[in-house]
Ligand binder design. Structure first.
Ligand code: FMN
Length: 192
């Protein structure tokens, strides 16, 4: 077997070694416009109270809408919607109305004006509490003020049921995959 070549660099440029990531659709409403973009850079920051963060480039139209409304939605889509993620992630709301062009159906939001997508299996409504620039992106932190989810796609233990829904994972370039239930392993505590 040939030995793996390990590269170490102290001058990393854009780095993508952490992929795959769950690809989400972030939404916003302001200036009389709904808009949506794909976001791979996101995380829950706090469980209690629930707080999440998303990294958005400041030149994106969605950033303008979030900066104005101080609200955003994070929508988790099933793998069947991968083409929609790609569509909203490769077009700009400056030129088109993505909701009209891609025929995106909405659910009612309850605490914000940010659109919640009908096809999402889960979604967070967020109120912006911080907006700080780090390099190429703005790190937008939001209090999660409402959560929507489809009860039947979660197990009684509150984990996503991969028999019912498959999340969208983004590998980079134009490559997407999903998580397979065949690879699920239940790992207990390992005591040394
Ligand atoms: C899978 C995927 C993930 C993306 N992740 C991010 C991201 O985390 N942050 C970001 O600013 N742009 C991200 N983008 C790019 C934006 O979605 C894209 O530039 C979009 O067209 C911006 O739309 P807007 O100008 O209407 O806001 C991603 C694109 C794709 C396809």
């Amino acid at each position: 077997m040939t030995k793996a070549i390990r590269i170490t660099s102290e001058e990393p440029e854009a780095i993508f070694q952490h992929r795959p990531v769950v690809a989400t659709i972030v939404t916003a409403h302001a200036k009389g416009r709904d808009n949506a973009l794909a976001i791979g850079l996101h995380t829950l920051i706090s469980h209690n109270p629930p707080i999440c963060g998303i990294a958005v480039m400041p030149q994106k139209f969605t950033y303008e809408l979030i900066a104005e409304s101080k609200e955003f939605g994070v929508n988790f889509m099933p793998f069947e919607e991968v083409k929609l993620v790609c569509a909203v992630g490769t077009s700009t709301g400056r030129k088109i109305d993505k909701f009209q062009k891609f025929n995106i159906a909405k659910e009612k939001s309850v605490r914000t004006g940010a659109p919640i997508l009908e096809k999402a299996y889960a979604a967070y409504e967020c109120k912006l509490i911080d907006d700080t620039g780090y390099g190429s992106h703005r790190w937008l932190v939001g209090d999660i003020v409402a959560v929507h989810w489809l009860k039947e796609v979660y197990t009684p233990e509150n984990t996503l049921d991969l028999n019912k829904v498959n999340p969208i994972l983004f590998l980079g370039r134009n490559l997407y995959l999903t998580a397979s239930k065949d690879t699920i392993s239940s790992i207990g505590q390992i005591i040394h």
